[in-house]
Design a protein around this ligand. Structure first.
Ligand SMILES: Nc1ncnc2c1ncn2[C@@H]1O[C@H](COP(=O)(O)OP(=O)(O)OP(=O)(O)O)[C@@H](O)[C@H]1O
Ligand SMILES: [Mg+2]
Length: 261
């Protein structure tokens, strides 16, 4: 479905994507894990065509997004749903209009059909009857669910989630995890989730990719990741403060030594 080839992205001396190669399988949930600054969002932005890599390719549905014209890129982007970090709802629009927004922007669907679609999507995320509420009246978990309803309103083939459970209590996290899984199975959508949340990752992932300072240091099923012998992987999934993962990028040589090991 999506294939990333030799992807390189640098910002000055920072290598955010260091020659990445990976693929995202159709109908599966892939979770991209990694510490702060490891290059997760940068990878997501390149896959969705929001940012161009310095070199390399992103194949989406038979097209290389890195060298396609604007119009084709725009068409492909219609097949991608995005749940942004913080959900990015429009504060001045009620829930109905927030969810209807992509339909009004990109299609000429009649109002009565839009109403049916929005009601259906709200039902899917368990928020039927909240159409008239404003974003400020929602809890954090509800906000994410409205963001999710908006992400699926155009019936995407792929959904990208940037930190879907950050800032949520364990129950709301469980609800979002279940929704991600249900949508993935029921709609046969390919899901790509960027997350810090190890427990949530282990609950939903068919495949896990771990990034470390721009490199992929592990890739596999949850079982394979759990039993990885890589010290960096173990430190990350156990959240141990002591170990090979330094907290900042400042000790660059140290990081490079680690990657050469
Ligand atoms: N537009 C930019 N300009 C300059 N540097 C950037 C830019 N975007 C990202 N970076 C740098 O690239 C590296 C990777 O950033 P990225 O945002 O992809 O990390 P992340 O894994 O998403 O981190 P977090 O978990 O904190 O969101 C960081 O060192 C960051 O400072
Ligand atoms: Mg990020």
């Amino acid at each position: 479905m999506i294939k990333v080839e030799n992807l390189v992205k640098t910002y000055g001396s920072i290598v955010a994507s260091n020659n990445l190669n990976c693929h995202f399988e159709k109908g599966k949930i892939t979770v991209i894990l990694g510490g702060s600054g490891s290059g997760k969002s940068t990878l997501l932005r390149q896959i969705t065509g929001l940012e161009k890599p310095d070199s390399g390719a992103v194949h989406f549905d038979g097209l290389d997004l890195t060298c396609t014209d604007k119009k084709s890129l725009y068409e492909k982007r219609k097949k991608m749903g995005m749940l942004f970090q913080g959900s990015a709802l429009f504060n001045y629009l009620n829930i109905f209009e927030n969810i209807a927004f992509p339909l009004r922007e990109h299609t000429r669907i009649a109002d009565n059909v839009i109403k049916t679609i929005v009601t259906m999507k709200l039902e899917m995320v368990g928020l039927r009857g909240t159409e008239h509420l404003m974003p400020s009246q929602l809890s954090g978990g509800m906000t994410k669910r409205v963001g999710l309803a908006r992400a699926i309103v155009m019936d995407p083939k792929v959904i990208f989630y940037d930190e879907p459970t950050s800032g949520l209590d364990p129950i709301s996290t469980g609800v979002i995890d279940k929704l991600i899984r249900d949508l993935n199975r029921k709609l046969n959508i390919t899901s790509i989730v960027v997350s810090h949340d190890i427990e949530s990752c282990f609950r939903i992932a068919d495949k896990v990719i771990i990034l470390f300072y721009g490199d992929i240091i592990a890739e596999g099923t949850v079982e394979e990741i759990k039993t990885s012998e890589d010290l960096k992987v173990q430190q990350f999934i156990k959240g141990e403060p002591e170990g090979p993962i330094p907290f900042t990028r400042t000790d660059k040589n140290y990081v490079e030594d680690l990657l050469l090991e």
